[in-house]
Ligand binder design. Structure first.
Ligand SMILES: Cc1ncc(COP(=O)(O)O)c(C=O)c1O
Length: 404
């Protein structure tokens, strides 16, 4: 199981699901005056917003859907540039492409998150938004990012898909920028198999996000609302079954995170005596501890170390690295998706090519992920522990690392 939420699927999820099964109301909308209608999706949205500390949340079909909704909500479109890190899941980039906007790739720093200094360098008169991605559960340097956004009048879309529950200076991620996106896929803090959430404090943005996710309707629509729909939306809804699981999982989030933190602390302590080993920079202790990232002094040492553990450095770990995103590495492919809004139309010659972010390449070449809660070779975390590992297992993994 990739985890961590998946490890906690149990009686509570079953109970919530049965509740829905017995009523027959499967859609998020139902008869308000019928006590059989259980409002799982709406209840989940309310509890999720409260958990994150925003006024509003909209449940959608996935993290990708949440990002697409966020960009549409902000009105980001043709000709706009959005600055996004070169180390992220493809969805951060593809959501910008499907908004018909231009992803501008930025370097990461040793936190493995977007480097605020490089954001400044990438700003042009067309820049409309910054998309900080809280990679591997670690908060971005949000103070610097919000300062830049304020200075240049940019939107901030937080991609919190890998960091549900993490905090930065006491605030939950997703609540700091204009809008935040989360994923409930199988690799995430909590999971519904697939699912996502958009959060925002701004009621106008909320109304737009809700409308985008459901054919332009107003929040908590009842009836058809003909004559009241202010925008053209899509259908990215989730149903009551997903809402039921989401609700049960959400109520376990803090427990899952505190277990992750406990396991990570034990593993880190057990290998910290080794002078050869460094760690990625953690921007705030509110990180959710899904992964332990080792950072070596050079690529050669990291590669040797990874090979002996039977894993890979992040540079070779797969699809979160822009160098491996063959979908975008050929500019023609990106402009094809943007047709008829090709970059040329706006005089934007934006190219994506291998090794265009040398600092990112260097850092990823020195880094290895050890699993704590997310067990996923696709993110370079095929070796390590799980959220349920006991002290003995943690010790065994530490012994292996120390031996190498
Ligand atoms: C950083 C990031 N953004 C977006 C997504 C997309 O989420 P989903 O798979 O739910 O569409 C993911 C999923 O892995 C992710 O890690």
């Amino acid at each position: 199981m990739p985890g961590p939420g998946a490890y906690f699927f149990g009686e509570e999820e079953r109970k919530e699901l049965l509740d829905v099964m017995e009523t027959g109301y499967l859609s998020r909308y139902g008869k308000e005056d019928d006590p059989m209608f259980k409002h799982k999706v709406v209840t989940f949205e309310k509890e999720f917003a409260k958990y994150i500390g925003t006024r509003n949340a909209v449940a959608v079909n996935g993290g990708t859907g949440a990002l697409i909704t966020s960009l549409a909500t902000l009105g980001i479109g043709p000709g706009d540039e959005v600055i996004v890190p070169g180390y992220t899941f493809i969805a951060s980039i593809s959501s910008i492409i499907y908004a018909k906007a231009i992803p501008i790739l930025a370097e990461i720093d040793e936190s493995l998150n977007i480097d605020p200094k490089d954001i400044r360098k990438k700003i042009t008169k067309r820049t409309k938004a910054i998309m900080p991605v809280h990679m591997l559960g670690n908060p971005c340097d949000m103070d610097s990012i919000m300062e830049i956004a304020g200075e240049f009048g940019l939107y901030v879309v937080e991609d919190g898909c890998q960091a549900l529950g993490a905090t930065y200076k006491g605030k939950k991620l997703g609540s700091i920028g204009d809008i935040g996106a989360f994923s409930l896929n199988i690799h995430k803090t909590i999971t519904t198999g697939d699912g996502g959430v958009v959060v925002t404090d701004d009621d106008n943005l909320y109304e737009r996000a809700f409308g985008f996710h459901d054919q332009g309707h107003k929040p908590y629509r009842m009836g058809l609302e003909i004559g009241h729909r202010s925008l053209i939306g899509m259908n990215l809804r989730i149903n009551e079954l997903t809402g039921a699981v989401a609700l049960a999982q959400l109520r376990k989030t803090d427990n899952i995170i505190s277990m992750l933190r406990d396991k990570k602390r034990k593993l880190k302590n057990a290998i910290s005596g080794n002078k050869e080993l460094g760690f990625r920079k953690i921007n705030d202790e509110g990180e959710i501890a899904t992964l332990l990232t080792l950072l070596f002094k050079d690529n050669k040492t990291a590669e040797k170390f990874a090979a002996e553990l039977g894993t890979k450095t992040l540079a070779h770990s797969g699809w979160h690295v822009y160098n491996h995103m063959e979908q975008i590495l050929d500019k023609k492919t990106v402009t094809e998706y943007q047709c008829p809004f090709a970059c040329e139309r706006y005089g934007q010659e934006v190219k994506y090519y291998k090794h265009m972010l040398p600092r990112t390449d260097k850092i990823l070449g020195r880094a290895i992920n050890i699993s704590v809660g997310v067990v996923d070779p696709g993110i370079g975390a095929g070796f390590g522990i799980t959220v349920l590992s006991d002290d003995k297992e943690i010790e065994q993994v530490a012994v292996k690392i120390n031996a190498v």
